[in-house]
Design a protein around this ligand. Structure first.
Ligand code: TRP
Length: 394
């Protein structure tokens, strides 16, 4: 089976990337013909206003992929924008894709929502959100007793609702004028490129006639769209494309250090580029069972993020012991974390070392991806030849 998948370059990779995606890719590269690429054009669909870090992000992803065990000898590793035929196929697909297929795509909405959260965090950082909320509160016609607390509450829980409402056009234009905010103060994703995101993704997959696409559940609507586009193309011009299938894996979700989903924007991630000291500091600050206040209080491993890491990194028999000792109160959180750091380091250390080695010769890394892009392009060119002929462009 031919496997195709891509990753947007958003920066250095963390444990979440490994357990969510890369681990599965590594397995697949041993069993199938694989094409894995850095989706740099896709990064532009949302981050087009901030491209100054893009090059570094791409480089970081290249280094991490190799350090984690993706091998250019086993599969094709490349960069999307180096295979221009993706863009050509995207253009052709855009001719045959009804707009409604894109506007109805639930990921389009979700993605917008995620960006809202991102912009929310940015605004909080700049203090801007506080101003918005304050002005918003000032407009409430009754008096709020505990203003400070209410404000915090609003900031935490209602800001996303507020911003979503803003995006959905549910806030009166009059009100918006008064508080002086507009959609454009947030990420501006009302673009042609953003709407066409899944069309480009379909081109990414179909240009290699990909049959299997290992992705997270959030990508399912995109894969479905690529099937629809393949069907439509085939029925219009003749059978060229297979209908790709999403390959989902039940991956144990790794939590961030605060117990939420691990994500760069939550500032709760452990990176492969982190030093041993950085990892230690992060783990020592990790959330544990909030009811275990003192060292000898009995704890609840099933609600403790640290224990979820033990499950992933600590040998099984030791995990059972920790489970018992936490429940009985024999094991305090500090000692438990120290054991966990040790286990985690067993996993991270070799990766960190490979990262250092690889980083020393960045030219070679780039060369690997340039060569990968050339072999990918050879396959892409063949498909495009068939496509041009089928459409009578040639
Ligand atoms: N949209 C994918 C994501 O955000 C990245 C991606 C781009 C992709 N092109 C692809 C994934 C093609 C699979 C196949 O994760």
């Amino acid at each position: 089976m031919r496997i195709v998948s891509g990753m947007r370059p958003t920066g250095k990779l963390h444990l979440g990337h490994y357990f969510g995606v890369i681990r599965n890719w590594i397995k697949l590269q041993n069993e199938h013909e694989t094409f894995f690429f850095i989706a740099d054009w896709h990064a532009l669909t949302t981050a087009y206003k901030k491209t100054q870090d893009l090059k570094n992000h791409i480089r970081d992803v290249m280094i991490d992929w190799l350090a984690l065990g993706l091998e250019p000898e086993k599969g094709t590793l490349f960069i999307q924008s180096r295979v221009k035929e993706h863009a050509e196929l995207h253009l052709i697909f855009s001719m045959i894709t009804p707009k409604s297929w894109l506007e109805w795509n639930p990921t389009y909405k979700d993605m917008k929502y995620n960006l809202l959260r991102l912009s929310e965090i940015e605004l909080q950082f700049r203090g801007g959100l506080r101003d918005v909320v304050r002005q918003f509160l000032n407009m409430i016609p009754y008096k709020v007793e505990d203003f400070e607390r209410f404000e915090e509450h609003l900031l935490e829980d209602l800001s996303s609702t507020f911003i979503s409402a803003l995006f959905e056009g549910e806030i009166e234009p009059e009100l918006l004028k008064k508080i002086n905010v507009s959609k454009r103060d947030f990420y501006d994703t009302d673009t042609y490129g953003f709407l066409g995101y899944p069309v480009l993704q379909s081109a990414d997959i179909l240009i290699y006639k990909g049959q299997g696409v290992p992705v997270g559940e959030d990508q399912l609507p995109h894969i479905e769209l690529s099937r629809e586009i393949a069907r439509r193309f085939n029925s219009l011009y003749g059978d060229i494309f297979p209908e790709p299938e999403a390959l989902l894996t039940e991956t144990p979700k790794i939590l961030g250090t605060d117990g939420r989903k691990m994500s760069k924007s939550y500032n709760n991630a452990i990176y492969f580029a982190d030093t041993e000291e950085e990892v230690e500091t992060k783990v020592m600050k990790m959330f544990t069972d909030p009811q275990k206040l003192r060292k000898n209080d009995p704890g609840r491993p099933n609600v403790c993020p640290v224990f979820s890491y033990h499950r992933l990194f600590t040998p099984q028999d030791k995990v059972e012991e920790i489970n018992g000792d936490c429940r009985s109160g024999a094991l305090g959180c500090v000692d438990c974390k120290k054991i966990m750091i040790h286990s985690l380091e067993e996993f991270l250390k070799p990766i960190r070392e490979r990262r250092h080695q690889i980083q020393k010769n960045i030219r070679k890394v780039e060369q690997i991806f340039i060569e990968g892009s050339i072999s990918a392009r050879n396959v892409a060119l063949e498909t495009m030849e068939q496509v041009r002929q089928a459409i009578n462009l040639k």
